[in-house]
Design a protein around this ligand. Sequence first.
Ligand code: MOS
Length: 741
Amino acid sequence: MNEQGRPARVGGGALVTRGVDEAGVPDYHAPMIENPPPPIVGTAHPRLDGYEKTSGRAKYVDDLTFPGMIYGRTVRSTVARGRIRSIQTSAAAADSGFTVVDYRDIPAVNVISLIEDDQPCLVEREIRHMAEPVLLLAHADREKLYGAEVVTDVEESPAILNYEVSDVELKRLTISRGDVDAALAAADVIVEGEYRTGHQEQLYIEPNGVIAVPENGGVTIYGSLQCPFYVMRALRVLLGLPDDKLRVVQAATGGGFGGKEEYPSMLASHAALLALKSGRPVKMIYDRGEDMLATTKRHPFRVRHRTGVSRDGTIVALDVDILVDGGAYTTLTPVVLSRGALHCGGPYRCDNVRVQGRAMMTNTPPNGAFRGFGAPQTLFAIEAHMERIADALGMDSVALREHNALRPGDTTITGGTIGPDGSALEVLREAVTRSDYHAKRAQWRGTNRGIGLALFFHGAGFTGDGERKLASRAAIETTATGVRILAGTVEIGQGSHTTHAQIVAETLGLPFDRIAVEHPDTDNVPNSGPTVASRTCMVVGRILQRCSTDLLERLSGMDPADHFKQHGPTRVEQEYEAPLGLHFDEVNYVGDAYGTYAWACDIAEVEIDRDTFEVRPVHFTAVQEIGRAINPVMVRGQIEGGTAQGLGYALLEDVIMRDGGMANNSMTNYIVPTTLDTPTMDVVIMERPYRHGPMGAKGLGELPIDGPAPAVINAIRHLGIELNELPATPERIMEAVCSSE
Ligand code: MOS
């Protein structure tokens, strides 16, 4: 921040001056050594994993082999709901090279342990969704493996495929503040709207895959993972083995986006069962079709808004009904619903709020974690709804947003307080000015060009008490050359290893190349919690920063390598410390749902072909305030990548469900944006330091995907076409145009 208290922009790498804050919290950015070397944080250091990955040396799970390794295959249900009468396979009888596993081979409990523990590892009798795992086979010869015939006799029953008519509830929550009914009754205008979003596939470059190796009376998993310690816990419950017989090692991982948060626990469980029964290492790599058919997707949402506003534009009542398609089992649905609900009011003030959220069971593969985790769905709804409110009032929608935007000291819909780093107004004004929004809005009316805006925020880290409960740990240790970082969070392409190394290097006053990062292996690193929820830089980076300041004291002026030569390795391990004064009541949804938020404003400029109804984004402005850009190039990468993924969600990515399964489960007919579909982007990184983040950094990973869809829908609205559903495919746009003519 500069003297005027305005956000400083990244560029030029100048150090930003910061003092001790009013609460007396130490300025962790202050150099702890005399004559500090040039700053490392805020500089675009090349990625630590860059050379290995670009040179083809990095070992992904499919690059690994083990002596005696065989291959595993999953036999899945071909109906959405039913009861298994019998399963027959001639595989084992005809060829002694086969290993066959069903639920009776599970040593302890037939469950993939997560929140509710309702999902079996293998179906016993009752099939609850298409592609549900029922039987496992393994063989050394892949041709024979996939050639083996399996006959499943199933008594089919009527499936629930539409969450809007499902009567089986997985989870319900309520947020209540003030008096909504009185405020609605007193409001000058009431604006209603209904918004729908579809599934979205994570489509990481590398599909899910693991290898299970039987060893030490237990099993070791190598896999493409976001959460090694989640896999560990699932195996502990399934196999009934103690932790010292279980080991999970992350292989180089080609992207996750949430799609490797929970499913690897299922896949690792399958491989482990086959490995333990066969006594041999078992590799299971999904091909794209299986990955898209069987693994988790983004939850479809239906969001209904009833909003009371005064003539001057003040939002006086917010009444929101959220309905979520959970799929066949609970998995992470309760937390997705929760994050969705907590973001459903957008970055706006409102004293009278009622949010009712329900997640319904359907006989479809469980929906799960996907970058944004419920927030993209509800932020789409509120940001599309804001345009309707503006129209109903005859007011400019930017003015409406400015009038209601959360400012520092304001309270959220749960009564949480916005800290001094709240920057909704700043990102909005910067984006509007840079994009020349108002001029384009006026000039383009009635043409084939449209411009639309979305203002949004994203809570960083686990919701509520989540981080306290996780009690994440991380460590650093002196080595012969400098120090190494020991953390259980994983590099999945987002740049977390490099970011962590920059935080540690700068805090220790060491050159960047003297910091190593230990590869995540549950035998060697502490449990730093899962690599999710925009928490890896802010939460785990902060723990590493505290480890570094501790180590500095222990070194008392000595270089870590010299200290190592004299004393051997010195290790400092720290646990997460919750910021003081942060309280959230998880039952009643009252208090600070998040320690802080990142803020952003996106502006989409689109062009329509009025013959084909195709909408193409032509230019995009993304102004995003993230506390502190530890590595500006990687921050820009997250913003550009998340924006592209959000544009796919807005315009292209349409999961077609047929008979309870994804019908377009291939990259030829599930369309994601390529570089040719991606507009020019004006990315602006703003910094308003969060005092509990490392060097002020907040969470960034998910924020960029929250804004593109509403910005695009609002740009389409500017073209005179009102759509309330994602994705805005040419078919949907045509339908909207024809039905309004
Ligand atoms: Mo994420 S969607 O929090 O893996």
